[in-house]
Design a binder for this molecule. Structure first.
Ligand code: FES
Length: 167
């Protein structure tokens, strides 16, 4: 008989002050995020508390919890694809490294990265870059900023995943 493993590593919080505001200190609340055995490495789950949606992902580095909102235009990352530490957004092909907090691939709409650097709209290799027609829509895309991921502290207690969120 094989013993069922219930411990899991917790991925270290990436540097750069990426802890979600309100997720530590006396006002934080610890919520249940399901059984560890139901979240094997390579899988993700959405956990909802009031109007906060949290993505819990089991990466090769360990468990991480972030907002279940793409840092581009808020699509639910939990229905995207997880490949190692990298989650792919289902909406504009943005890809984000959950272990480092970095953008791996800017969304295909282009826009501003977290530091305000502009990235052009994506075009297939070998094609001329797509030129945005003038107008509010193109302007909105140019000014849309891809924000940094924000992390919630994760714990595993008696085989249950727990996440600290703002109370
Ligand atoms: S909403 Fe995720 S890449 Fe645009």
């Amino acid at each position: 008989m094989t013993e069922q493993r219930t411990e899991a590593r917790i991925a270290p919080l990436p540097s750069g002050g990426l802890r979600a505001p309100g997720s530590s200190g006396p006002d934080a609340l610890r919520i249940d995020a399901g059984a560890l055995t139901d979240l094997p490495e390579g899988s993700m789950r959405r956990v909802t508390h009031v109007d906060l949606d949290v993505l819990v992902a089991h990466t090769p580095t360990g468990l991480v919890a972030i907002d279940d909102r793409c840092p581009h235009m808020s699509a639910p990352l939990s229905i995207g694809e997880l490949d190692g530490c990298v989650v792919a957004c289902p909406l504009h092909e943005g890809r984000f490294d959950l272990c480092s907090g970095d953008v791996v691939q800017m969304p295909t709409t282009g826009g501003l990265d977290a530091d305000g650097e502009y990235h052009a709209t994506w075009s297939p290799v070998g094609r001329e870059p797509k030129v945005d027609p003038p107008g509010k829509k193109a302007e909105a895309r140019r000014f849309t900023r891809v924000r940094r991921l924000r992390y919630y502290p994760v714990h595993v207690v008696d085989g249950r995943i727990q996440v600290d969120v703002p109370g």
